[in-house]
Design a binder for this molecule. Structure first.
Ligand SMILES: *[C@@H]1O[C@H](CO)[C@@H](O)[C@H](O)[C@H]1NC(C)=O
Ligand SMILES: *[C@@H]1O[C@H](CO)[C@@H](O)[C@H](O)[C@H]1NC(C)=O
Length: 811
């Protein structure tokens, strides 16, 4: 074990005080780079590995499987996670990207129960994958044909992956300019390759023999390797054609040999290359099924993983460590709910991906501000390559970066591993461009693009999205800087070894200087982002001058602090993140959106906090002024005394030009509260809380509805943000309740206030419903029905729905 003990670490800290920040940063970075180097970072695969930040010469691999006993079973070959596969269940029982974990896949169509255990050496450089398969139904005759593919990418003159001879097991030796030398071995532990007992041989042509492992090495261009499934199917198709030709006809084909038809072989006489297929077709007629290991060992590591027992014990200790870490952070009384929470968090963490490639951006199409038709982004051009380390909303439907979702993912991840959350956030901040823009969806490279409907691949630098990353960063800073006093090098921690990378997760929390240093570095970039948002989403206030003069409020309005979402259409406001939430029925250039203003309020508050940490007093004052102006504008412009709620506004031209409030009770009216922008002593506070608690409007037995039951648009049209319950906003509401009513979290007994009851009730209802649905279907969902609480939208949505873990674990 590479170990620096705690005293050394304290010495490092001392050094940093003495002024060698760089050194300390290096130690921190090196450790995090190593522990997070390998992971199942191809989020869109059931299982696929690519290393993080290795872009020139990565080693990539993927796992596929099908039942080759069925004619055309190959058409149900699994590779990319797809809702249409109708898996009974899939996902991580337990996972931590630093440690590894266990994924289970129940594939009824292919009659197989697969467990995939992924573990790493303590230095993070070596890893092993144990694949275990068992039949689901013993009476159903089946095989499981497992296909592993792997490739050493990069210039073939300096990077290679070759099969070695004379080894007891299957061994590949690799060389990567970035990863150094390594070797891969694949060893069977249990089970047997398929062979019909009534036949002497399973061979039907040269290489077409399912009773043996098949291996094919070939050249595949790096950018095509993600099409491993298509390539495999094409080769099999050609192989079958070849066999048919040889045999003249398939009329008399002996069905007992079918699995051999689907065995990969070198029919084109291809020379070996850096891409490899390894196929094993296992007999599933035995309850024990099969098991094999794949091991990757780097020559740069002294912690080689060799034996079966070593892998077994790595798996056991990985699961142990995860459980211990989880229980240290989250307190959940019920064992069943705890397992639900562990699984849900693990699926959020198991969805974390590393993406690298070009992004398609349309910088020329202009949004005509008077027209509110859908704008086709037809001038997209490839830019980049860029890199992004991020979690994803759902591996099946949304395996890529989403700006609006990510801040919420981070709120969950930082509870478990602050350093990891920080790495993700920093990667997003890297994407902020010269103008200060970040794309709403980050879709890097062909593999990521292949999962996106064409109309959504192109991003426009005119379009914004709720800046949740700053919300998360602000939360992070609060944790770190509020925690300075908690750090001491006392005896109780002396046993810890900092060099044991699996113990990482809260170094930043224990060492605020690191994050301060980072904040200093990115401050200019965040400022650009902030200014970009303010500049591009600015509302038009002049149109209201006569109206507000007449109302007598013109002079008290802060004219710079009015905002709207650019790119809204008559039916949708995609930039707001709340797509079909009702807005003014007739779009108008003068419209001002209360949620856009609220989000700028949050950005401003975060900038203020960063300026404070960096001792930028003048900037801090400036942000404080803007924040206070925004809060005042929320009251003067958007508060409708008549309805007692926050509303969008527009100009009503029919009735002699007046301010018209567009009021639809729901998430938009709650945002100033949810984002803690209402002054604590404001009389509006009670009104908003009453609305939240109103069971005839928003408070359902399953959580807070996105739109009031009494609203004319409730449940209508696409019914996306028109009633269904979403975890992200429910989470913010809970958080805000605790902020406004500190008695909720106080340890005193005076907890029976209405706000405390509301908070309690809301979290209980959310937990009860999400858990109930999970127990019934095995999955978390994108949102939940306002009528009966059932899961709606995307299945296996462990993006922000995973915030239920914080709600469970903190209550
Ligand atoms: C960690 O990885 C990043 C991204 O590749 C790289 O820029 C940085 O130099 C690495 N840091 C250390 C100390 O190796
Ligand atoms: C799948 O296999 C694992 C062990 O490998 C077992 O714990 C689990 O119960 C099995 N699930 C089903 C549905 O058969």
């Amino acid at each position: 074990m590479v170990g620096i003990n705690i005293l050394t670490f304290c010495w490092l800290l001392f050094q940093s005080v003495a002024g060698s920040d760089d050194f300390e940063n290096d130690v921190y970075e090196k450790s995090i780079n190593q522990t997070l180097l390998w992971g199942p970072y191809r989020s869109n695969c059931y299982f696929g590995i690519t290393p993080r930040y290795i872009d020139e010469s990565p080693f990539v691999m993927g796992l596929m499987w099908f039942d080759s006993h069925l004619t055309n079973g190959i058409s149900s070959m699994r590779h990319f996670v797809d809702e249409n596969d109708r898996m009974k269940k899939y996902g991580w029982n337990a996972f931590d990207p630093r440690i590894g974990g266990e994924e289970v896949i129940i594939d009824e169509e292919n009659n197989v129960n697969l467990s995939l255990s992924f573990v790493k050496s303590h230095d993070g450089l070596n890893w092993a994958l144990r694949v275990k398969g068992k039949p689901l139904d013993l009476n159903k005759k089946s095989t499981t044909s497992i296909v592993l593919y792997m490739q050493q990418q990069g210039d073939a003159n300096t990077n290679e992956l070759l099969k070695t001879r004379d080894e007891e097991h299957f061994v590949l030796k690799g060389k990567s300019t970035q990863l150094g030398k390594y070797d891969i071995s694949i060893k069977d532990n249990e089970g047997r390759y398929y062979k019909d007992p009534t036949l002497k041989s399973m061979k039907i042509a040269e290489g077409a023999d399912c009773s043996q492992m098949s291996h094919l090495s070939l050249n595949v261009p790096d950018h095509e390797s993600w099409k491993a499934r298509d390539i495999f199917q094409t080769i099999i198709g050609d192989s079958i054609k070849d066999i048919v030709q040889e045999q003249g006809s398939m009329d008399n084909f002996d069905n007992r040999l079918t699995p051999s038809l689907y065995q990969i072989r070198n029919i084109y006489n291809l020379p070996p290359g850096n891409f490899h297929y390894v196929q094993k077709t296992f007999d599933l007629s035995d309850t024990e099924g099969f098991e094999f290991d794949m091991i990757f060992n780097s020559a740069q590591s002294k912690q080689r993983i060799e034996s079966y027992n070593e892998i077994s014990s790595l798996i056991t200790s990985a699961l142990n460590e995860i459980n211990i870490k989880f229980d240290k952070i989250f307190t959940i009384d019920s064992e069943e709910k705890r397992n639900f929470a562990l699984e849900t968090l693990s699926n959020l963490l198991g969805g974390i991906g590393y993406f690298h490639g070009t992004q398609i951006i349309d910088r020329t199409t202009v949004f005509d501000e008077d027209q509110f038709q859908e704008i086709k982004l037809i001038n997209g051009k490839e830019e980049g390559p860029y890199s992004l380390f991020t979690s994803v909303p759902s591996r099946s439907k949304f395996p890529r970066g989403f700006y609006w979702d990510e801040g919420f993912h981070l709120l969950q991840i930082m509870e478990y591993d602050l350093d990891l959350a920080f790495e993700i956030m920093a990667s997003w901040v890297d994407l902020i461009d010269e103008d200060g823009w970040v794309a709403r969806e980050v879709i890097l490279g062909d593999e990521a693009r292949s999962r996106v409907p064409a109309e959504f691949t192109v991003q426009s630098p005119k379009i914004a999205n709720p800046p949740t990353l700053l919300l998360a960063f602000s939360e992070m800073l609060q944790r770190v800087t509020g925690n300075v006093d908690n750090f001491h090098c006392d005896e109780s921690t002396e046993d810890d070894t900092i060099g044991d990378f699996t113990q990482d997760g809260n170094r930043l929390e224990n060492n605020p200087d690191l994050i301060k240093e980072y904040a200093r570095k990115v401050y200019p970039k965040l400022l650009k982002h902030y200014n970009w948002f303010r500049r591009t989403q600015k509302g038009v206030i002049d149109e209201y001058s006569d109206i507000f003069e007449e109302e007598g409020i013109w002079d008290s309005i802060h004219k710079d602090e009015v905002f709207k979402w650019v790119g809204r259409t008559a039916t949708h406001c995609l930039p707001s993140g709340l797509d079909d939430y009702p807005r003014a029925p007739t779009p108008d250039i003068a419209e001002l959106h209360v949620d856009a203003l609220s989000w700028v309020g949050i950005m401003t508050r975060s900038m203020k906090q960063i300026a404070n940490i960096l001792n930028q007093e003048n900037d801090e004052k400036l942000y404080a002024q803007i924040e206070s102006n925004i809060i005042e504008n929320l009251e003067t412009l958007h508060w409708n005394p008549k309805s007692g709620s926050y509303c969008d506004i527009t100009i009503d031209e029919e009735y002699g030009d007046s301010r018209e409030f567009i009021c639809h009770d729901g998430y938009i009216s709650l945002l100033p509260f949810a984002l803690k922008l209402i002054p604590k002593d404001s009389p509006n506070l009670d009104k908003v809380v009453s609305l939240i608690a109103d069971e005839d409007k928003l408070f359902s037995p399953f959580g807070i509805l996105s739109l009031s039951k009494q609203d004319e648009y409730f449940g209508r049209g696409e019914n996306y943000w028109r009633g269904p319950i979403w975890m992200n906003i429910n989470y913010l509401v809970l958080d805000a309740l605790k902020y406004y009513y500190p008695e909720i979290t106080s340890t005193q007994k005076s907890k029976r206030t209405p706000a405390a009851k509301l908070c309690n009730e809301l979290s209980n209802r959310l937990i009860k419903n999400v858990y109930r649905v999970w127990k019934h279907s095995g999955y978390c969902y994108e949102n939940y029905s306002p009528i009966d609480g059932h899961g709606m939208g995307t299945e296996h949505f462990t993006g922000w729905t995973a915030l239920i873990v914080n709600i469970l674990g903190r209550s």
